[in-house]
Ligand binder design. Structure first.
Ligand code: DQA
Length: 146
């Protein structure tokens, strides 16, 4: 199984960015923890972070023949990006959307997602543990579709 793990803008600052909202773990800690779990399940994980919408769109398209599924925290692009949604639809792979915070308890502009309608499911509000849940969910999804 080959799974993309995509992180959107400002998530490179995890650990220092509003830790009361996003937790104290760094992005590297989240990635290496997830790589460890993935390796134990014989999953090949490719992680990517960008602050640029275009780079995220290109990364998704560039991996159309590599990936079996996509885990993505689109961060602020969740609420704005038709381009990322279209890229995800274009590659036609199962998507799990992740948010560290519970966006539904926050500002109203965070409560609309362009990504959710094309995702298999959404995990939010569990902090970094949400990535573990998302990986587990994706493995189940891909096993079912075997
Ligand atoms: C976020 C929630 C978004 O609203 C916000 O713009 C982020 C992070 C989260 O993980 O909780 O950057 O996706």
């Amino acid at each position: 199984m080959k799974i993309l793990l995509i992180h959107g803008p400002n998530l490179q600052l995890l650990g220092r960015r509003e830790p009361e909202i996003y937790g104290g773990q760094t992005l590297e800690a989240i990635n290496s923890h997830l790589r460890e779990i993935a390796a134990g399940q014989r999953v090949n994980l490719k992680a990517f972070q960008s602050n640029s919408e275009g780079e995220i769109v290109s990364f998704i398209g560039d991996n159309i023949d590599w990936a079996d599924g996509i885990l993505i925290n689109p961060a602020a692009y969740t609420h704005t990006s038709i381009a990322i949604r279209d890229a995800l639809s274009a590659v036609n792979l199962p998507v799990v959307e992740i948010h560290l915070s519970n966006v539904h308890t926050r500002e109203s502009f965070r409560q609309h997602s362009y990504i959710s309608p094309i995702a298999v499911g959404v995990i939010c509000g569990f902090g970094a543990y949400g990535y573990d849940l998302a990986l587990d969910a994706m493995i189940q999804i891909l096993q079912r579709s075997d």
